[in-house]
Ligand binder design. Sequence first.
Ligand SMILES: Nc1ncnc2c1ncn2[C@@H]1O[C@H](COP(=O)(O)OP(=O)(O)OP(=O)(O)O)[C@@H](O)[C@H]1O
Length: 526
Amino acid sequence: MVAMKTKEQEDEAPEERVPHLPWMRHPVDIDSFSGCPVTSLPRLDPRLAEALQRMGIESFFPVQVSTWLETIGPGAFQRDICINSPTGSGKTLAYALPIVQMLSTRKVRCLRALVVLPTRDLALQVKEVFDAIAPVVGLTVASAVGQSSIADEISDLIKKSKQELYPSLDDEYVEMEPQTKVDILVATPGRLMDHINMTKGFSLEHLQYLVVDETDRMLREAYQSWLPTVIQFTRPTNQNHFRHDTPGRTLLHPLTTIRRSGVERGFKGKCYPRLAKIVCSATLTQDPSKLSQLELHHPLLLNSGKKRYRIPTKLESYKLICTSNIKPLCLIVLLQELRGEKCLVFTKSVDDSHRLSTLLGFFEDLPFKFSEFSSLQRESTRRKTLAAFKEGKIDVLIGSDIMARGIHIDGLRYVINYEMPQYVKTYIHRAGRTARAGESGSCFTFLRKNEVKRFDKMLKKADGSSCILRSLPEESIDSLRPVFETALEKLKDKLKGSTEPEASKKSNKSGDKVPGALKRKRGKQT
Ligand SMILES: Nc1ncnc2c1ncn2[C@@H]1O[C@H](COP(=O)(O)OP(=O)(O)OP(=O)(O)O)[C@@H](O)[C@H]1O
């Protein structure tokens, strides 16, 4: 019997091992491409070039050049593309640009590209990129993320049927009419499934491109079986061929380009449409059983460098060794040294984030403004907090891995791991909130003495990255001790009076679920 590997075992396996999947063994090396001025990218639509320049983009990053060359031109989308490139390397534009350019010549508006991401925040961030380039070539973009009511989303997505407007119209015509009024949809899996299951007129029939961003995370969870559902609905069927070939259905002709890109030959000598896929991550899984869910077609891997994982070139990693009992003090001293620069602090759970934020709240006159950022907070609270952080009204956000994936914050230079991340992938995604788009940044990790060896070994997997030992001035730590004692007492009192953190009380009011862990009585304090 073959034993299944746990996530941890997969992570701890030697990095040099040869991938099981043959197509993963000989990737295109993204690093062998250099940046390219916007005006020099072959075949780029001048309207898109102008839009990009308006966005302040002067030249393309290597991942964007390499993806473009594999998707635009004679071999356009003949193979599915898998991108494994570091955080902040520009993967969003790498897939958005070729899709928009390919769709810029479409005749009839209907849903042709679908981008799926695990969270609403990420989906909205990606939609912004499409919004900046798609309208200049006449394409419409929408989101299905649950930010507005389902009714509002439906009115953005679906146009009134001709039958409603012209009741005498032939049924056959009405049935074939594409009803979505967007070309590109950026969605989270839950809302996507709501529309697939319930929205009249929502159809994936004409879909040509599917992007699965943050692929490893998307494949780890089933998310209501969205992926098999999308694949099932977009699989070429006999019905499709029937429509192509049946004489007299001239009204369908504008749609005969359905999923023509990535056209696959071999069906009795005729072309039949195939859904072209792009999947991407900074930590792309190599697990065949997970990747098989995507049903990739002759996949081509674009990989940065030789190693499986890479951290951004301008990221500096630091480790700080301290005992648990003075860790909050060390954090305060470190934050003081960072002089109120924007910083994300990662704890290992929402519970810990809440405790740490509450504790820091008992210190008066801290020279930085901080806030908790938790999945237990209301969506509106989180949005406001993030906006305040982006605007520089808050210097430090304390949260768990909810902040780790994909989120981009301009000018963020520092990330702190308050506890050692369990997996190298976690380190990469957390640290990757800084040092993005060629900027420099630093990631600090607090460690206990007995964690140092394991941490160094873990970092070696990220392209052999080294980590600098950083110390903090003893006298600064000592000067905070008296206040710390009092703060700890206050924290104990506060938590004694409440078995649930404030955040969970708030979410109860709004009817959200409270995870089991938080219902339990609090354990030992920080
Ligand atoms: N060619 C470019 N020139 C300048 N800035 C760019 C360019 N391409 C992308 N950017 C900027 O780089 C930042 C990071 O891009 P993006 O979010 O696409 O990275 P990513 O590779 O998807 O990262 P992650 O893996 O963390 O999701 C964004 O702010 C984006 O606007």
